[in-house]
Design a protein around this ligand. Structure first.
Ligand SMILES: Cc1ncc(COP(=O)(O)O)c(C=O)c1O
Length: 309
């Protein structure tokens, strides 16, 4: 199955008094529309891992995630569509009602619980070695899919963005593990800048993680980049009512659907930065809609085309 041939990247011009007032041209990169189930950053991150597994005759992939993980959801679907077996190592306990995991299971993913303590070892060399011994025929993909090949796939996404949004000065994207941002940085031109908004509290460590991801993938940053650490609004997956109110206002104003954990926080913080005069007047800016809509169900929100809890 060739996901890539189905992809068309749309750009949505964002009209808002706030942007006009600050003389900014702002667009939303609708990567959420590239595929119904492997949307946003996901196929770009997974593409070379999955195609690499097929090429090397590796029939199984194993990866990690939380009970509402967009990565696990997309991996389960894409692996199944490509004829690969998949195993999801899921953090902590989960409820059988959880629709993200029900979907993953329906696409053939074997789900295994890891205690929070076990899950914390996900990057430890010994832990990975044992896991590989347990699944000798499998490709182990790190949490969020953020391995070397993910950066290559996301750098291609940056190329597609440039084709749609020519003359771009700055790209803004939400950060979890930093893999997406590292790929965007690798694909950006020297005249551009990339701004990452981590959705985790105290995510300064991502500066090093992103440098390390780029170094390990043998990729260089030609562009300027930085992280803004104030866009977590309470921490990872912490969603207060006022955040949902902000999200709903953005959705209504721009006729778009967002997820509360990643894209709504990124956009909310972007608007605050615009208000503070962070961006130079006349700049052309793009916000990356990195998908994640299936995760809305964890907050009791609807998603067209997907079952709710
Ligand atoms: C919708 C969405 N946006 C952004 C991200 C951040 O990606 P990364 O982990 O590569 O930083 C994720 C991570 O899973 C995501 O699901």
């Amino acid at each position: 199955m060739d996901f890539q041939s189905k992809f068309a990247l749309n750009c949505q011009i964002l009209n808002a008094d706030l942007y006009r007032h600050h003389r900014l041209s702002v667009q939303l990169i609708r990567a959420d529309q590239v595929h119904g189930l492997v949307s946003g950053n996901k196929w770009f991150k997974l593409k070379y891992s999955l195609l690499g597994a097929i090429e090397k005759n590796i029939g199984q992939v194993v990866s990690f995630g939380g009970a509402y993980s967009n990565h696990i959801h997309a991996l389960a679907y894409a692996a199944n569509a490509l004829g690969l077996k998949s195993v999801g190592l899921i953090r902590g306990q989960w409820s059988e009602d959880n629709q993200t995991l029900q979907d993953a299971r329906s696409w053939g993913m074997q789900l295994i619980s890891l205690t929070r303590e076990q899950y914390r070892q996900k990057h430890d060399a010994d832990f990975i070695k044992n896991l590989q011994a347990q699944y000798p025929q499998a490709m182990i993909i790190p949490e969020g899919g953020s391995n070397n090949t993910a950066l290559k796939g996301v750098a291609e996404l940056m190329g597609l963005i440039e084709q749609q949004a020519t003359g771009l000065d700055c790209l803004v994207a939400a950060c979890g593990t930093g893999g997406t941002l590292a790929g965007l940085i690798a694909g950006a031109r020297s005249t551009q800048s990339v701004l990452g908004i981590p959705v985790l509290k105290g995510a300064g460590f991502l500066n090093n993680d992103i440098e390390r991801l780029l170094y390990n993938a043998k990729l260089n940053a030609k562009c300027a980049w930085q992280l803004d650490l104030e866009g977590h609004y309470g921490g990872y997956a912490k969603v207060k009512t006022e955040h949902l109110v902000h999200m709903a206002a953005l959705e209504q104003q721009h006729n778009v659907m967002l997820d509360p954990v990643y894209t709504a926080k990124m956009w909310r913080r972007f608007d605050e930065l615009v208000t503070q005069g962070f961006f130079a007047s006349g700049s052309k800016i793009a916000l990356l809609h990195s998908g994640g809509l299936q995760g809305r169900r964890g907050f009791g929100l609807e998603v067209a085309g997907l079952k709710n809890n």
